[in-house]
Design a protein around this ligand. Structure first.
Ligand SMILES: Cc1ncc(COP(=O)(O)O)c(C=O)c1O
Length: 396
């Protein structure tokens, strides 16, 4: 019999009832160290007092107001994002997937309005993940996500990850509207796109007029130690998708764009019932005020250095379990020599939560305000989990 919750997830048999910072408390009272943060969502951990206060204050005033009216909280968050980024304008969504939908529509409409209606293709890269809607799975293109869901939305061109310059420049012709890329692939196995590649993409787009879309749903909002990951490479996109961390756990996403890239999106061309609602935007503003502060990002970098260093040590002491550590800031991946899911499972026994990713990687995406002690504890628990996996492999 089909479960009452549609079984599209292989769920771990863990049930949590509350959270405190980097800790999740299970229904049996046991405490788990959360190094996954809801797959990079709980940027400030669980039940952060400033976010609880922002949500509570807004909940007592107004929950929902249609986009037929001006929403002061939405305006305030849009102003703050515009001030802190390359963008001139923002549309709020409820998820990364919805941000992907709009980014694709925006790029196509831009060229349509420029009198080039055939310029519709979006170039993407293998290992990409942009969400689960029809456009987002067509964008990623992998068999795992698309099989059985045809006919797929046309207009996506898939290139190898970090494609050689020549492959990429040959792919850009007058049918291409935009290049869509994650500066650091998350689901794809924590694979950072090297800075020269990001710079090269920007140059190619500048030469050809092609729009550059960054998907910073997972790698954005302070995760890599800069407010947005592309800032490390010193290049800016024309359009950017965000979600996850911006809401700190409340569903919120957005598309940020330059005035030029957004020029086709006039009144009536797009909309959302809930996107930019007062509750989400009140929380988003509180998150941005904390995460966007330079001193906070300095701390993220300091702690990221500490975690990275300890993980390098962990890899060195378990060469049979781990191959290497990679990633940027507090978006780190342990590429495994054993099945990554074995390590994630062994972590549960140590009351440690991590997240598997493609390419046999275990992801670490802790709350950005994780403490030094919690970093030490996480590495100690990973060490114990790795030892347990080694014993299991040896048949002990
Ligand atoms: C890079 C990236 N883009 C898009 C998405 C889709 O976001 P959502 O699950 O909020 O729709 C995700 C989700 O994991 C993601 O990591």
């Amino acid at each position: 019999m089909i479960p009452s919750v549609l079984p599209t997830y292989n769920r771990a048999p863990l049930e949590f009832e509350r959270g405190e910072g980097t800790w999740l408390i299970a229904t049996d009272g046991s405490r788990y160290l959360d190094m996954g943060a809801g797959i990079g969502v709980n940027a400030l951990g669980h039940a952060h007092p400033a976010l609880v206060a922002a949500l509570g204050a807004q909940a007592g005033k107004l929950w929902h107001l249609s986009n037929l009216y001006r929403i002061p909280e939405q305006q305030a968050l849009a102003d703050a994002l515009v001030e802190k980024t390359f963008a001139d304008t923002v549309f709020f969504t409820n998820s990364g997937t919805e941000s992907c939908e709009l980014a694709v529509k925006m790029a196509r409409k831009y060229w349509y309005d420029k009198g080039q209606p055939d310029r519709v293709n979006i170039v993407t890269f293998s290992g990409a993940f942009h969400g689960r809607s029809s456009a987002a799975i067509a964008a990623a293109g992998s068999e795992k996500m698309t099989k059985g869901f045809g006919p797929l939305l046309p207009g996506f061109v898939h290139l190898p990850f970090a494609a050689h310059d020549a492959v990429l420049s040959n792919a850009i012709d007058d049918t291409v509207a935009a290049i869509l890329v994650e500066p650091v692939q998350g689901e794809g196995g924590i694979r950072p796109l090297p800075d020269p590649c990001l710079k090269g993409l920007r140059e190619l787009c500048d030469q050809t007029g092609t729009l550059l879309i960054f998907d910073e749903v997972q790698c954005g909002m302070g995760r890599t130690g800069r407010l947005f990951a592309h800032e490390w490479a010193g290049v800016a996109p024309d359009i950017m998708m965000i979600a996850k961390g911006i809401g700190g756990g409340f569903p919120l996403g957005a598309v940020l764009a330059t005035e030029g890239a957004a020029s086709g999106m006039t009144a009536g061309t797009h909309g959302s019932t809930y996107g930019g609602n007062p509750l989400a935007c009140a929380v988003g503003k509180a998150v941005l005020e904390i995460v966007g502060a330079p001193a906070f990002l300095d701390e993220v970098n300091r702690k990221a250095g500490l975690l990275r260093q300890r993980l390098e040590g962990l890899v060195a002491s378990h060469p049979d379990v781990f191959d290497l550590v990679r990633g940027v800031g507090l978006m780190l991946g342990l590429k495994c020599r054993v099945p990554n899911t074995d390590l994630v499972q062994a972590g549960y026994a140590e009351r440690l939560l991590t997240v598997p990713a493609a390419d046999n990687v275990v992801r670490l995406l802790p709350p950005l305000n994780i403490t030094e002690d919690e970093i030490a504890e996480a590495v100690a628990r990973l060490d114990a989990a790795a030892a347990a996996v080694t014993r299991k492999e040896a048949g002990a």
